[in-house]
Ligand binder design. Structure first.
Ligand SMILES: Cc1cc2nc3c(=O)[nH]c(=O)nc-3n(C[C@H](O)[C@H](O)[C@H](O)COP(=O)(O)O)c2cc1C
Length: 334
């Protein structure tokens, strides 16, 4: 790996490093008012939520890199103690980029970037009507991380009101597919939380056996990935190898290799049909077309496909039977 000591590199380099690896970051479109009541609107991706009781967020308008001067959003929040954060959907991305331009103090970026003001209920600054998710915030603490060009200003704030578009809901849940939010990556990259970028991963309902309890041949598999092993390690108890061995021997005896075409295993695997792939593999096995390590590898491919389809029990069966002793025992029975 390349290692970088931040003290040995210029601030812009460290900034780029941080932005590339701490990613994707949500984008807060921050609206604030100056002491004279003039509107300001700017995006900030040094932003996140930090607890729900009370609901707390932090946004960080840094000191300008070029001259160390404070940004208008920071001064406004410090002076008035209030702001709103509007989440940024893909439909808003060009406009927020425009709003990030370094306009003179007092210039209304709602007007410059073509956004509509959404009246707030509790704080004075409005939200952005085009956003599907808007929060009203009140400053709790300000923490200055250095007072130098590129230093951060952590504006720690309590969320005092949430506003969520009706169209964002599927039933009573906010549906990420309906929000279509964007996030910031390094350099000029953004990321869109939609389509194949979204996936669900259920939380573990129990404590799994853990990696160290996986049988060695599984842990050291050249086929199974870290994600595959984690799914196996998330199980509570191991199935009984003897029972599987007996059942599989029985299944093998019932298979007629003449009825199974030679390319069946690959096709079923590609189709995500782990059970059918195993039957095809058993036919090849009986034909004597494969050596034992080859059988073992193919069984682990069946494990992989079964895991991808959340067939955990069957995945375990294939994984356990891929042990060299089990393969030898099954081969002896054919
Ligand atoms: C997507 C995006 C994210 C940004 N994130 C930050 C940030 O986290 N901190 C920051 O200081 N500037 C950030 N900027 C730059 C500010 O938006 C920019 O400096 C803006 O002019 C500040 O406006 P203000 O002086 O009116 O507050 C970001 C810009 C974009 C386009």
């Amino acid at each position: 790996m390349r290692s970088f000591d931040p003290k040995e590199h210029p601030v812009p380099f460290v900034h780029r490093l941080l932005l590339s690896g701490v990613a994707p970051r949500p984008i807060a479109l921050v609206s604030s008012l100056d002491a004279e009541g003039r509107y300001n609107l700017s995006p900030f991706s040094f932003f996140n939520a930090f607890g729900a009781n009370p609901p707390v967020i932090v946004v960080s308008p840094a000191y300008r890199g070029k001259d160390g001067t404070p940004k208008h959003s920071f001064e406004n929040i410090r002076d008035t103690g209030e702001f709103t954060v509007s989440a940024v959907s893909h439909a808003m991305v060009e406009q927020i980029s425009l709003a990030s331009s370094d306009y003179e103090r007092g210039v209304d970026e709602f007007v410059k970037s073509g956004f509509t003001k959404l009246p707030s209920r509790i704080v004075a600054p409005p939200g952005v009507a085009e956003s599907p998710f808007v929060i009203e915030c009140r400053l709790l603490h300000h923490y200055d991380t250095g007072g130098l060009p590129g230093s951060g200003n952590l504006m720690i704030a309590e969320v005092v009101m949430f506003h969520v578009r009706e169209s964002a809901f599927t039933g009573d849940r906010i549906d990420p597919r309906r929000l279509d939010l964007v996030a910031r990556m390094g350099y000029n990259w953004y990321c869109r939380a939609n389509g194949e970028a979204l996936f669900e991963l259920p939380k573990p309902g129990h404590s799994g056996i853990g990696f160290e309890a996986l049988p060695q041949h599984i842990r050291e598999s050249a086929v199974l990935t870290g994600n595959n092993l984690a799914k196996l390690a998330g199980t509570e108890t191991l199935p009984d190898s003897h029972e599987i061995l007996e059942r599989w021997s029985e299944d093998m005896r019932g298979i007629d290799p003449a009825e199974v075409e030679a390319d069946m295993f690959e096709v079923e695997l590609r189709m995500g049909q782990a059970h059918r792939a195993l039957l095809a593999l058993m036919a090849d096995w009986k034909r004597g077309a494969l050596d034992n390590p080859g059988i073992s590898r193919r069984l682990q491919h069946c494990t992989q496909v079964a895991l991808e389809h959340n067939e955990l029990t069957f995945a375990w069966e294939c994984a356990l039977m891929s042990h060299a002793d089990a393969v030898a025992a099954l081969s002896a029975g054919t």
